[in-house]
Design a protein around this ligand. Structure first.
Ligand code: ATP
Length: 311
C-alpha cells in the first residue's frame, strides 16, 4: 500500500491543553480510514493540521511524501478538506459557489468549466446549478461542500463529520460517494460519531482519545488484538445440534450459540485457527456448506478502547 497521508508524532497544545499528543498513523491510496474518538479527542485539530490550517508544536504530516511544514502549497494541491461547518453567501447560486472556488484553485477557461461540470455531476448537483445556496437542504449543502473539495482532483480527502445532520437517505448517498472516491484511488480520512455508518465503508480505523491514538489498523485485526478472538458462523449439512456437539469437543471455542440453521462462536485467533477448526470438523465427518467470519463491531471496539474521558 502506498501511503498518501503519513502523520508522524504530531503534537499540538492550546494554552497548556494537549489537544494532540504524539500521534502517528497512515492512510494509503484507495483506503478509507475512519477517524473516531469522543468529543474533544483531537480529531478536528489533527485534520486541520493535515490540511495546513493549523501548525503543530511537534511532529509533521507528509502528503505524498512531502512535508506540510516544508511544502504547504504542495500539500494543499493534493488535499481536499471538507470541514464540519462551512459558510456561503446565501444569495450565491450553486454554480457561482463552485465556480468561485474553481477560480480560487487557479483553474482557468476550459479546464475550469470541465472541473465544475465534473464535480457537480459526480455529486448530483447538476440539476441545481441555478439554485441559491440558501435554498439547499442540509444534504445538498454537504454535497456542495464535497463538490468544492473535489475541484482540484486531490489525492487525499479529509472529511470532518461529513454525514452530521443528514437524513438516512442522504447518509447512504454520501457513503456511496465516499466509496466511489476511494475506488478512484483517493486516500480518505473521515471522522464521524455514527460508528455503524463508518464500519460499513472503512477499510481501517484510527481511534483517538485525549489526543492519543489508542489503536490503528484493520478493524478485524484490532478486535482480534483486543479480545484475542475472532467470531465466525458455521452451517453444515448436519443439524446445528450435531455441529454443536462436535464443536464442544474442540479446544478454544467460546460463546457458542445456535442461529440461522448453524452455530456462531468465538475462536482464539486468526485465519489459521479457524481453518484448523473446520478441518477437524470435516475429518470428524461434518460437511460444512457455509463458513463466515463475522465482521467486527466498531461500536464494541470503540467502547473497549476508550473510557469517555474529556479534557
Ligand atoms: N483553537 C483552539 N483553542 C483552544 N482550544 C482548542 C482549540 N481547538 C481545539 N481546542 C481544544 O482541543 C481539544 C481537541 O479538540 P478537537 O476539536 O480537535 O476535538 P474533536 O475530537 O474534533 O472533538 P468533536 O468530536 O467534539 O468535534 C478540545 O479540548 C478543544 O477544546
Amino acid at each position: 500500500m502506498t501511503a498518501i497521508l503519513e502523520v508522524e508524532r504530531l503534537t499540538k497544545t492550546f494554552d497548556g491543553l494537549t489537544a494532540v499528543d504524539q500521534i502517528s498513523f497512515e492512510v494509503g491510496a484507495g483506503e478509507i480510514c475512519g477517524f473516531i474518538g469522543p468529543n474533544g479527542a483531537g480529531k478536528t485539530t489533527t485534520m486541520r493540521i493535515c490540511a495546513t490550517l493549523e501548525l503543530p508544536d511537534e511532529g509533521d504530516v507528509r502528503i505524498g511524501g512531502h512535508s506540510v511544514l516544508e511544502e504547504p502549497r504542495y500539500a494543499r494541491h493534493r488535499t481536499g478538506f471538507m470541514p464540519d461547518h462551512f459558510g456561503a453567501y446565501p444569495s450565491t447560486t450553486v454554480e457561482e459557489y463552485i465556480d468561485f472556488f474553481a477560480r480560487a484553485q487557479g483553474l482557468r477557461g476550459a479546464k475550469r468549466l470541465s472541473a465544475v461540470g465534473d464535480v457537480t455531476e459526480f455529486t448530483g448537483l447538476s440539476p441545481l446549478l441555478g439554485k441559491a445556496v440558501s435554498g439547499l437542504s442540509k444534504g445538498m449543502r454537504q454535497r456542495l461542500c464535497l463538490a468544492k473539495t473535489l475541484l482540484h482532483d486531490p489525492k487525499l480527502l479529509i472529511l470532518d463529520e461529513p454525514a452530521s445532520g443528514l437524513d438516512p437517505r442522504a447518509r447512504v448517498e454520501l457513503r456511496e460517494l465516499v466509496v466511489a472516491l476511494a475506488e478512484l484511488g483517493k486516500a480518505v480520512l473521515i471522522s464521524s460519531h455514527i460508528l455503524t455508518e463508518l464500519s460499513e465503508i472503512c477499510t481501517s480505523v484510527a481511534v483517538i482519545e485525549l489526543g492519543r491514538i489508542k489503536a490503528h489498523g484493520n478493524l478485524k485485526d484490532i478486535r482480534a488484538r483486543l479480545s484475542g478472538a475472532g467470531r465466525a458462523f458455521l452451517r453444515c449439512m448436519e443439524s446445528p445440534e450435531q455441529v454443536e456437539r462436535a464443536m464442544a469437543e474442540l479446544p478454544g471455542i467460546q460463546q457458542l450459540v445456535r442461529e440461522q440453521g448453524g452455530v456462531s462462536f468465538d475462536y482464539g485467533g486468526g485465519d489459521e485457527i479457524l481453518a484448523g477448526i473446520v478441518t477437524r470438523l470435516v475429518t470428524g465427518g461434518l460437511r460444512p456448506v457455509e463458513v463466515r467470519q463475522e465482521s467486527a463491531d466498531l461500536e464494541d471496539v470503540f467502547l473497549e478502547l476508550t473510557e469517555g474521558q474529556v479534557q
